[in-house]
Structure formats: C-alpha cells, structure tokens
Design a protein around this ligand. Structure first.
Ligand SMILES: Nc1ncnc2c1ncn2[C@@H]1O[C@H](COP(=O)(O)OP(=O)(O)O)[C@@H](O)[C@H]1O
Ligand SMILES: [Mg+2]
Length: 461
C-alpha cells in the first residue's frame, strides 16, 4: 500500500490549499474537476471523490453531475453548508451517490477520514467482484453479480449503501432476478460478513414446521423432540437472517416474527425464558405486498418493520445489453459441462436472446444455456439449442407498430426508473400525468403500475 497513489476527484471551485496538502500527505493524487467536466476513470480502478456543494452554482452545475457521479467505482463524499441541503436535487444526489455528507464548517481531518472510508467502500466493491471471479475459476461460481446497465449500476450502489447500516432491507422483484444474490451481496459487504448468513425460504417450509424451524425447540417440547434444536433465527446470531419469499409466510408465523422483531429475543418451543438474538433482517418476495396486505394475507405492521430500506430487482427484459453479457458470462461459467469446444453464440441465438421476454429472468437464462451446452451439436450455440428458434425473426412491423412498441418501451422504462411514480415518469417523458394515464390504459400497462412496490398508491414510508 505504501507509496501507492490513490485517485481522488474534487468537484467544485474552492479546494483549499491546506485540505489539498493534507490529502496529498495521505497519498491521494488529487484531480480537480471544474464543474462541467467528466473524469476519464480507468475501469475497475477504485477512486474517491469530494463533491463540494458549497462551491457549486445551482442549478447550472448540478445538471451534468449525474454523469460524473454514476461511476460505481468512485466513493463520493459530499460537503456543503446546511442550506445546500434545502435543494431537493442536492438531497437526491447525496442519497443516490454519496457515502457520506459533511456539513460545513468541518475540520479537514474529518473530510480526509470520510474520503478514506468512501474509497475503502468503493475498493471493496472491486475486490469483492474480483474475488467472485476467482471463486468462479476455482469452481465456486456463486456470488458474482453481472450487470452494467443503469438499473443494475444503481442497484449495486444501493447494495453498497444499505450494507453500511443495520436497518432491515426488503427486496422486491420477479422470480429469478437475483434477490437472493443481492441479499448475500449486502451481507458480504456489511460489518457482519464474518458471521453467518442464514437463508430461510418461508414458502418452502410447511406451516406447522415453520415455528420450530424459525425458533427451535427444547428437548421434550413435543413427541419426538429428543434433542434441543436451535432455530434458524438463533443460528443467524451476529449475522444476517434472509427471509426469502416472505410474502408466503403464514399469518400465524407472521405474528411470532413480529414479536421477535419487537423484542429481539427468541423463545424456543417448550422452553422457559428467552434468548436475545442479534440479527440483521433482509427479506424478499416476488409477491405484490400491497395486494397481499389489502387482502389480509400479510400484516401491515410486520411489512413496515421489514421494509425500512427497499431495493427493486429489475426484470431481465429491462436490462438491455446486459442480457447478452449475462448469457456470455453463463456460457463461460458452464462451458466445461460440454466436454468439447464451444465457440460462443451464433448470430441467431443473439437475436433470439434479445427478442425473447425472459419471464423466468436470470434463472431461466441459466437453465436454457446449461441445457443448450449439453444439447448443442454445432460449434456455436444456436437459437434452436436455446429452444428460442421462434424468437429469431421479429415479425415484420409497420412503422405504426414500431412507434407503438417504442412508445410502450419508453413508458415501461420510465416507470421502472421511477418505481411506478406516475408524476415523475410523466415529467421525464415530457407529457402530462393525464396523458400518461391514458397511454397506460392504451398499452394495457395499468396493472403493471399498481403491481409496482412503490407506486403512488403506497403510503409514504
Ligand atoms: N446479476 C446477476 N449476475 C449473475 N448471476 C445472477 C444475477 N442475478 C441472478 N443470478 C443468478 O440467477 C439465479 C437466480 O437468482 P436468485 O438470486 O436465486 O433469484 P431470486 O431469489 O430473485 O429468485 C441464481 O443462480 C443467481 O446466482
Ligand atoms: Mg429466490
């Protein structure tokens, strides 16, 4: 580490000489970015950044900032005066991109410390994915999250941020989108990484066994209980408890889970007294929780305890070029199962990969590729090998059809970006809310909106 210079960007107009000297002393190579310029950051190289709101002009300077801040490998620290926080755009930028916010006046020491921390978080991100790459070579392929589209980059950023806290995280998304992988990524980037990560699939355990699975039992608690058994909650002590498919948790168990979350103590079945347990809770589901609550299948009080921080896993079909990236990644990963040379995907396979809608998301992609690797006879994997032959050719389209589908896609993406908030999506699309509503109806998208976890109908958290 000694003598090695780490890159630090300063965005603003007034980097003080003492702070600059202090940073250089700590082996930072400081590059001042005049507002309006975008750094050329070497990919896969972590860096740190100071975003000095006290010296930026609002709103002129804020406009280009997204582009500067979007690099997932730079750990940003914002500094500014209290009144800078009154600007909603500033607050949004801090929330979305920065590891820390320092209110001025503050000592240079405090800034230097925060920068070191932000760099550490960004570097962790790099080394975690490098480790995963190494694991993949060593035959432990799980763990690496592939993604480069905007939606995935913002998910990675969110993962890093929620990892730094102990608050409960709720992950929503369709099946096979990577919810479990995300939960694990949070755990591995958190202070609990050396402690257990215990996953429970709430939907897969029969209701009458759930209670003892979760909380354990004492010897003699019921016929057949010859041994004391520690429950999964207790087994996660010190670490992270991942409650998968929480939407399928029976009401009866919801009550005991709520009690646990309130008291942070478990009571084994047939036991006297309770044991304190310290776990970080991450839950996930593909179920639409608003509907589940409305229909009385899920307790609202429990939901609000679980869903303090929310992450949305984008469906595969909304990830653009990432679909191909993932396909190639999976082919590399499972290639050895072929037992012969395989030279990538044929052009028809690539076309089909993009035309198909992937209802089963990444899990389906993996399954199709593994099957194709085994079944294919040529040197390349064809659309037929993926059983997607009918998706090679897109049916000929008229200009009207093309316009309609482009319009639909733009609307879908805007809604996804804004988590179903109609007002924000309409603004981005440059139309009124009323027009957006009419278009949603015309495209049959209204059900999608109400199914989104954070749509307008959701009570403010
Ligand atoms: N972004 C990704 N990069 C690489 N693999 C992924 C990604 N997302 C999901 N996977 C893989 O897809 C499969 C399904 O992911 P999982 O986390 O179990 O989904 P979910 O819990 O949402 O149903 C797993 O094998 C997982 O490793
Ligand atoms: Mg899952």
């Amino acid at each position: 580490m000694h003598g090695e210079k780490r890159a630090l960007y300063y965005v603003g107009r007034t980097l003080s000489a003492p702070l600059q000297a202090r940073l250089q002393e700590r082996s930072w190579k400081v590059a001042v970015l005049e507002p309006g310029t975008v750094p050329k950051v070497a990919p896969r190289q972590p860096s740190a950044g100071i975003l000095d709101f006290s010296s930026l002009e609002f709103p002129a300077d804020l406009r280009y900032l997204h582009e500067v801040l979007a690099n997932a490998l730079t750990g940003w620290v914002a500094v500014g005066h209290r009144e800078n926080l009154e600007d909603a755009t500033v607050r949004g930028l801090i929330r979305d991109y920065c590891f820390d916010y320092i209110t001025l006046p503050a000592s240079d020491e405090r800034v230097v410390d925060a920068v070191g921390h932000a760099y550490g978080m960004a570097a962790l991100q790099v080394s975690v994915s490098n480790d995963a790459r190494k694991d993949a070579r060593d035959g432990h392929p799980e763990g690496e999250m592939v993604g480069s589209c905007d939606a995935m980059l913002s998910l990675f950023r969110a993962i890093r941020k929620v990892a730094m806290t102990d608050a409960p995280v709720f992950i929503s998304g369709e099946s096979g989108t990577g919810k479990e992988l995300t939960a694990l990524a949070i755990h591995e980037r958190s202070g609990r990484r050396d402690q257990p990560f215990v996953a429970i699939n709430c939907g897969a355990i029969p209701a009458h066994l759930l209670q003892s699975e979760l909380f354990g039992y004492e010897r003699g608690a019921f016929t057949g209980a010859n041994q004391r058994k520690i429950g999964r909650v207790e087994a996660a002590n010190g670490g992270t408890l991942f409650l998968d498919e929480i939407g399928d948790l029976p009401l009866e168990s919801q009550a005991s889970l709520l009690r646990f979350l309130q008291e942070r103590k478990v009571e084994r079945l047939g036991g006297h007294g309770s044991t304190p347990v310290d776990v970080r809770i991450i839950s996930a589901t593909h179920v639409d929780m608003q509907t589940a609550m409305m229909e009385g299948r899920f307790r609202a009080d429990l939901y609000h305890r679980l869903c303090v921080l929310q992450l949305d896993e984008p469906p595969l079909r909304a990830r653009g070029k990432d679909i191909e990236l993932l396909a190639k990644h999976m082919l590399d990963r499972f290639r050895k199962e072929a037992g012969r040379r395989l030279r990538g995907f044929a052009p028809d396979a690539i076309a089909a990969i993009h035309n198909y809608g992937w209802p089963g998301n990444v899990r389906e992609l993996i399954n199709r590729i593994r099957r194709a690797i085994v079944m294919s006879e040529g040197q390349q994997i064809s659309a037929g090998d993926l059983e997607l032959a009918e998706y090679v050719e897109v049916a000929p389209v008229s200009l009207a059809q093309a316009r309609e589908s482009a319009e639909r896609q733009a609307i879908e993406l805007a809604l996804l970006r804004h988590r179903g908030r109609l007002g924000d999506a309409a603004q981005e699309l440059g139309i009124s809310r009323v027009t957006l509503y009419r278009l949603l109806t015309a495209h049959g998208l209204r059900a999608d909106v109400s199914a989104m976890p954070s749509s307008d109908s959701r009570p403010a958290a």
